[in-house]
Design a protein around this ligand. Sequence first.
Ligand code: PGA
Length: 241
Amino acid sequence: MNVLVYDNEEQIGIAAGYYMCGQVLAKPDSILGLATGSTPLKPYRHMIQLYENGSVDFSRVTTFNLDEYCHLDVNDENSYHSFMYKNLFDHINIPKENINFLNGNADNLEEECEQYEKKIRAMGGIDIQLLGIGSNGHIAFNEPSDSFQRWSHVVNLKESTIKDNSRFFNSVEDVPTQAVTMGIGSIMQAKRILIIALGENKAKAIRQLIDGNVTPQCPASVLQFHTDVTLMLDRGAASLL
Ligand code: PGA
């Protein structure tokens, strides 16, 4: 794994923004796997800046987001759909029809997950997958459990994740308890992976990702088996290495 440690979030935003845009410059019709949460905010801001100054063109890019809450209106400010438009898509020239999300309000969620996998495969697979990591080692909404869930699926969120995410909602009761998420196999099939972690509360998960046993109790640990993973860490996230 390529482990890069930076002094602060600003520097990571610049480095990660260039990393993602470098992929698009090398292959203008790239398939990008995108993430939500606090972690990708600065990378997205830098990608927007690179677009605004004419350095990169997203008109042929396709995106697949990692996950979405179930039973939350896509127009709700806390949906991952809203997050992505507000923080990236509204500010770059990606065609709307090239943007893909799992639909957490689909009548048949299993069928929805199957179709999502099929579409990723039909497009030729994800060229680069951007990931955050949960303090419990989750990636996307693949929570610690007794087995790795391979493909996109419906998940009941863990108490710790609901608590982590409640900072965006009025109260912890408002946080959806279910989500649809790409699986570990979906993520592992991406050709390249960029994982970013900020803050000391991620340090334990990062140590396990890099040095620990590969176990579904820390879903991110499976990334040890991927051949092209870059980690961008701030000093807090790297503090136990
Ligand atoms: P965060 O979430 O970026 O808001 O810390 C990351 C994650 O839970 O995957």
